[in-house]
Ligand binder design. Structure first.
Ligand code: SF4
Length: 315
């Protein structure tokens, strides 16, 4: 079976072996971040809906869990904002009933956290990773290019309210774009907000793959170190690249895994080798074959050659 809405598993730099679930189709989001690895938002919306139906996700999960080892985490992320799917809570509840041992994580852009219904659904998860890149309106608009009328102060209030209610772990993620949200003033304001949220961890991220806007550059290690120093908290981590390999996903067909992974996010050959725990020579052969077949394309970017799908072919 070739999956359309679940992907991986990948060796996540944050979660261990993580099976991804994508509850919206490309590319539905309430933001259109300049750094988005999934491409431009084509449906900029705050409307919750069954963008992918519960039955379809359930059927893919059932098939995956029947034929593969259980992952450490099932993570809701992918090519848009997962809380926009109105069946999110139903899917989490289904996973928890079927496999209570698998932890559930939700990566969210935080824009719907001021909705009590969304907070209630997220309460079923073990880990929520809300993003907050900016406190000032200027930086928010520049970085996140929100749905019309979305206010950063409402998003902050939503995260604060959620943090006050949630019994699981919260890791706040901040994407640093040099020259936009790394000024002492912005970071000082962010620090105050972080203190009010009191997350277990704050993760500093920067551009790793090509963003929507081609001219933006990632923060350097020195710039991230400086941000960490200004924020000055023990809970801050600069997200490191996946370093070690564990046995994972042995049952998965590598070609499907590669296509599902790069369908959502362009990756270099080394990214694919790392996240799919693949043999490098075998990966080279596979990428060359897929490129020759016209199924994927290679593009030179600052960090290397990135592969993306031209057309996602179900087997
Ligand atoms: S980075 Fe996340 S929140 Fe921003 S546009 Fe992409 S999917 Fe949406």
């Amino acid at each position: 079976m070739s999956y359309q809405h679940i992907f991986g598993p990948v060796l996540s730099r944050r979660l261990g072996i993580s099976l991804g679930v994508d509850l919206v189709t490309h590319k539905i989001c309430s933001l259109d971040c300049v750094y988005c690895e999934c491409g431009k938002t084509t449906n900029l919306t705050l409307q919750r809906s069954s963008y992918v139906t519960f039955e379809v996700v359930k059927s893919e999960l059932d098939h995956y869990l029947k034929h593969n080892e259980d992952p450490d985490y099932i993570t809701f992320s992918g090519s848009g904002e997962p809380t926009l799917n109105q069946d999110l809570g139903r899917v989490i509840a289904y996973i928890k009933a079927k496999r209570p041992g698998i932890r559930v994580a939700v990566l969210t852009n935080s824009t719907l956290l001021n909705d009590p219904g969304v907070r209630k659904e997220l309460a079923l998860a073990d880990l929520v990773v809300p993003s907050l890149d900016a406190v000032s309106k200027e930086a928010f608009l520049k970085l996140n290019r929100p749905f019309k009328g979305l206010l950063v102060e409402d998003i902050i209030e939503g995260i604060q309210t959620f943090a006050g209610e949630f019994a699981g772990k919260i890791w706040l993620e901040i994407f640093i774009l040099p020259g936009v949200n790394d000024t002492p003033k912005e970071l000082g304001a962010l620090r105050e907000v972080i203190l009010s949220i009191d997350p277990e961890m704050v993760q500093l991220n920067t551009l790793d793959r090509p963003g929507t806007v081609s001219h933006i550059l990632p923060a350097t290690k020195a710039e991230l170190d400086r941000v960490k120093e200004i924020l000055d908290m023990d809970i801050i981590q600069i997200i490191a690249k996946v370093a070690d390999k564990k046995s994972m996903g042995r049952n998965r067909d590598m070609e499907s895994a590669v296509l599902e992974t790069i369908h959502r996010r362009p990756c270099t050959r080394d990214d694919l080798v790392a996240v799919l725990n693949a043999d490098p020579d075998r990966m080279d052969t596979l990428l060359a074959k897929l490129e020759a077949q016209g199924r994927i394309e290679a593009r030179q970017q600052a960090r290397g050659v990135f592969y993306r799908t031209i057309k996602f072919l179900a087997k």
